[in-house]
Design a protein around this ligand. Structure first.
Ligand code: ADP
Length: 593
């Protein structure tokens, strides 16, 4: 976990310069109006003494002037302060959102969705509120306290002495009370994150949860753990509040007692004593306000630590300008080692090249790292050692825009945005005209979906595309890739064989993609493998076991021959040796012109 930075600097870096300037101005105004309020209270002492001797006029003028100036400054502070807090609220989401967009995909874990949704909805708003409610009030009251404390020394050393003891004592107790509150928060924070994740899971994965009858258990556990932690946290923070509240009362009583003693001893006139008691009461309420402000900010510390963790997470380094691509359309992996978690290597020493405008099939057992290779080419993750080159340039030397311009992806986990069908395809190439869009949709089989849906192209697909079937979602994703016409297409066939109709569309789309682009397919269908110019065979250790054309590979005993025999028997195929397999394959995937 990152070391928690100072509260203030955590706030500061979440603001843009404009809202920071506004907040800083409001803080200066708060300090000035607080100091004037303190002066006005102090002026009550000589004014009341003068009142007793009949010469209060001069002091009343001073009181009125200082009071009016304090009120004007406070008004200015509130205006500027709220504008600053609103600006902060506006920029907070941008600051966190911009940061998240630069993080490598490896940063996003299973609980990230819940954590981020809580952070962006609840915690960021809480923080912005804290600025408006606590920060200014704390600074203003702290300034008043300092002025009254200094003035008290000048007026009567015993009063000054009492205040001098009171403030650090209170600070000490406040600190202890804050620790107790923080202890409570540390208990609830993880349970709240867990609860948010379980709620997100509960709403997203209803089908899976119901099918294994696990719907209620995880969520109920999260609720009861959270409630238990909440009760403990309440106990801790109540204890903290009790401590600071009791101490405040002790200080008030001591002050009133001291002033009473001085009055009885004849050192304060009656009116002066009343004014001094009033000032002491005000002094303690101000101390209380300072401590409340500190408490309020303290309560946000956990949120700030959570935000700090996001803001401090190492971003993926992206160059300002891309390196020149010397071999457009080509893909090459050189000695790539990669692990999602360091103790479980996934790819070991993987090297292969895919020349521009060729078709390469990657085959291997489940879990051998085929999808991982596609993710590394897309730079969703960075390799541990070795390199991945796209168009002849290391992917780490390309800007995200340039890399993504080179690639189209048709992956297994197709995610569609909660928008219309048309928008979901256009995202591949926003500038494409209607004719191009219709052609891509025809080829990928989306036109049939459009005809079926009552609102046609304007039908919304729901969050993640949930109103479409898995096969339909993949067709939309294929149409996107067709429209984009990127030089390199990464294609995961896994779900393409969902149904015969879907498969026919996928075959047709792949033929089209092949005409214009380099095609790297995580292949499952035998036809696809036969049609490839090159087959990369991974073994279960994540190594390239063999590489070559189908004819070359099938001719020798090894992983590929075993794999092929297994697949053939599963598919009910029989390989006829010496039959020009590629010729058969070309009947499905004609070679490019
Ligand atoms: P394939 O596509 O060949 O089935 P993958 O590339 O999906 O294999 O996965 C290779 C290995 O990496 C598997 O053991 C899998 O459990 C693991 N893996 C995949 N994705 C992640 C991830 N996001 N975090 C941790 N491990 C992962």
């Amino acid at each position: 976990m990152n070391r928690p930075r100072a509260l203030f600097s955590s706030f500061r870096r979440l603001m843009d310069s404009e809202s920071w300037a506004m907040v800083a101005r409001a803080l200066v105004l708060a300090a000035a109006s607080g100091a004037l309020t303190g002066l006005a209270l102090l002026a009550l002492l000589p004014a009341s003494a003068a009142l007793a001797s009949g010469g209060a006029g001069r002091w009343l003028v001073v009181l009125a002037c200082v009071g009016a100036a304090a009120a004007i400054l406070e008004f200015m502070q509130i205006r500027t302060g709220y504008r600053g807090a609103l600006g902060f609220m506006r920029t907070l989401h941008h600051a966190v959102g911009d940061k998240i967009a630069t993080l490598p995909l490896g940063w996003f874990k299973a609980d990230t969705a819940g954590r981020l949704s809580r952070l962006s909805s609840q915690e960021l708003v809480n923080l912005a509120e804290a600025t408006g409610h606590f920060l200014y009030s704390m600074v203003s009251n702290a300034a008043s306290v300092v002025v009254i404390w200094i003035g008290a020394w000048f007026w009567d050393w015993r009063l000054g002495l009492l205040m001098t003891f009171a403030a650090p004592m209170l600070a000490l107790f406040m600190n202890a009370a804050r620790r107790l509150t923080a202890r409570g928060h540390a208990l609830t924070e993880p349970t709240e994150e867990e609860l948010a994740s379980r709620i997100v899971e509960f709403s997203r994965c209803q089908g899976a949860l119901r099918s294994c009858n696990a719907a209620s258990a995880g969520l109920e556990n999260a609720f009861s753990t959270n409630a238990k932690a909440g009760r403990s946290a309440m106990l801790w923070s109540s204890l903290g509040l009790l401590m600071s509240g009791t101490l405040t009362q002790i200080i008030v009583t001591s002050m009133v007692y001291l002033v009473g003693l001085l009055a009885v001893g004849g050192e304060f006139q009656p009116l002066e004593a009343i004014a001094a008691i009033g000032m002491c009461l005000r002094f303690t309420t101000m101390l209380d306000a300072v401590s409340n402000g500190l408490f309020g900010l303290e309560e946000r510390r956990q949120s700030l630590i959570g935000i700090d963790e996001v803001m401090d997470a190492p971003s993926q380094a992206v160059p300002e300008v891309s390196k020149k691509q010397t071999d457009p359309g080509a893909v090459a992996l050189r000695d790539v080692d990669f692990a999602y978690e360091s103790e479980h290597p996934v790819l070991r020493g993987v090297s292969f090249e895919v020349p521009a405008r060729s078709m390469c099939a990657i085959v291997g057992p489940s879990g051998s790292g085929k999808t991982t290779i596609a993710r590394l080419i897309s730079r969703f993750y960075d390799v541990d050692t070795g390199s991945v080159a796209v168009g002849g340039a290391d992917v780490r030397e390309l800007t995200t825009e340039d890399l993504m311009a080179q690639l189209s992806m048709v992956f297994q986990d197709v995610y569609l945005f909660d928008d219309t069908l048309e928008a979901n395809i256009r995202i591949g190439s926003p500038g494409a005209d209607d004719a191009e869009l219709r052609r891509a949709a025809d080829l990928a089989g989306v036109t049939e979906i459009v005809r079926r849906l009552p609102e046609g192209w304007s039908s919304r697909v729901g969050e993640g595309g949930r109103s479409l079937s898995g096969g339909e979602r993949q067709r939309v994703s294929v149409a996107r890739a067709l429209l984009k016409r990127a030089p390199i297409v990464l294609f995961d066939e896994a779900t393409s064989a969902l149904d015969a109709e879907n498969e026919a569309h996928i075959v047709e789309a792949m033929e089209e993609l092949r005409r214009h682009s380099t095609l790297l397919v995580i292949a499952h269908k035998l036809e696809t493998i036969l049609a490839a110019d090159k087959v990369i065979v991974l073994n279960s250790r994540g190594e390239v076991a063999q590489e070559g054309t189908h004819e070359q590979l099938i001719a020798v005993p090894g992983t590929y021959a075993d794999f092929w025999a297994q697949r053939e028997s599963a598919a009910g195929w029989r390989l006829v040796r010496h039959t020009p397999a590629r010729q058969r394959a070309r009947s499905s995937y004609p070679s490019r012109p």
